[in-house]
Design a protein around this ligand. Structure first.
Ligand code: FAD
Length: 350
């Protein structure tokens, strides 16, 4: 802008433009170089697995802070801890009466119920009695459960038997149901930590990972979008594809790490709450991208329950980015199918 009557405005205009460009470039360099905090990495154990946090957060972020936050969450959400809020809820026999629960537990139930409705019950946190009889809970199981035991457990499994009053945030059981939050808890933990990093620790760029459920924001320390590997569904730990992200979450569910074998038949830990049977099909793993890690985590479990065809149809109808890894028994090799939204995500460079 030319403001001085003594200036030769025509002569100065191009110089001012160049100056503006230099100022903008310099401020970008300063913001990335000195203005923001240096990247730090934290590791630890939580929820029966590992956690990892990388980010350019303020020095207020410490290992102790992360561990304390995750311990607080585990004390509410873990079915592995007898005195957690969810374990106490599971032991409560009160049916039909509204109960006041910890707000974090209500929040998780709320998100879980929405995913259950969206996936027509393929995801269902009332699955606990089935998890138990198939040997994925506290009790050791040495034989395939008989059909009458499965039928009995099924009577206590249905997300519609659990209700939240959205205005009072009270919760009630409509039968003697029990909750299993393993299909959503790690993702919820990732979102919880991500919120804390943003609100309390001044992080503009971060990656939070709990046992493979990952959420990112911004860029890595090389000033590039975060590069998230989609692991091969086997014990090799190899990455079969990469997604570059600057916002959002990636979660995977699979049959390859946690399963039981009865009479030489392999039964994965993801159970179809509608049939009462473990989700046995040629699907080895489902990876889902979503805005939040809790929803990505729950959706990955639901889509694994559905199997290849139904999961792909769901992804195309709901414009969801997913990767489906199957086992081709004729060719004796793995195959990966990406939904249209996942193909676009993999091509994008953010
Ligand atoms: P996901 O696919 O994400 O979840 C599968 C799990 O969800 C199953 O194992 C089952 O429990 C449940 N599930 C099965 N079918 C369905 C369905 N249709 N709908 C909904 N849920 C279903 N593990 C330990 O060994 N020790 C611990 O101390 C421990 N503490 C934990 C604390 C918390 C708060 C949480 C959330 C989990 C904890 N775990 C612990 C569990 C462990 O981390 C699980 O293996 C993990 O949560 C399952 O994740 P995944 O990614 O393997 O499978």
């Amino acid at each position: 802008m030319c403001i001085s009557s003594r200036m030769n405005c025509d002569r100065h205009r191009p110089i001012e433009l160049i100056e503006w460009v230099i100022i903008v470039l310099l401020s970008t360099v300063i913001l990335h170089g000195c203005g923001s905090n240096p990247y730090q990495t934290f590791h630890g154990e939580t929820m029966g697995t590992y956690f990892r946090v990388v980010g350019n957060c303020s020095p207020t972020l410490t290992q102790e802070f992360l561990e304390t936050e995750l311990e607080k969450l585990t004390a509410i959400l873990s079915t592995y801890e007898p005195d957690s809020a969810v374990s106490i809820f599971n032991r409560t026999l009160t049916v039909g009466e509204w109960m006041s629960l910890d707000e974090v537990l209500v929040d998780v139930i709320d998100i879980a119920q929405q995913v259950s409705a969206q996936t027509n019950g393929a995801f269902d946190i009332t699955v606990a009695p089935l998890v138990e009889i198939w040997g994925f809970g506290a009790t050791e199981v040495i034989d395939r459960p008989p059909s009458d035991l499965i039928a009995g457990a099924l009577k206590r499994v249905n997300y519609k038997l659990l209700e939240i009053d959205e205005s009072t945030r009270l919760v009630r059981k409509h039968a003697d149901i029990q909750l299993d939050l393993s299909g959503i808890g790690k993702g919820y933990g990732v979102d919880h930590i991500a919120k804390k990093l943003l609100k309390q620790h001044d992080c503009s760029d971060f990656l939070v990972d709990i046992g493979g459920e990952i959420r990112v924001l911004g860029r890595n320390d090389a000033n590039k979008p975060w590069r998230i590997g989609i692991e091969a569904p086997d014990e090799s730990g190899k990455v079969q594809a990469y997604v570059q992200l600057s916002d959002g979450a990636i979660a995977t569910s699979g049959s390859y790490r946690n399963y039981r074998i009865f009479d030489t038949v392999l039964y994965p830990h993801v159970i179809d709450p509608r049939s009462g049977l473990p989700a046995s099909h040629n699907l080895l793993a489902v990876t889902v991208y979503h805005e939040t890690a809790a929803e990505a985590d729950a959706l990955a479990t639901a889509l694994f329950v559905m199997g290849f065809d139904e999961a792909l149809e769901f992804a195309e109808t709901h414009d969801t980015a997913i990767a489906l890894t199957t086992w081709d028994s004729e060719a004796e090799e793995k195959r990966v199918k990406y939904s249209t939204a996942m193909e676009l995500l993999m091509k994008s460079r953010n």
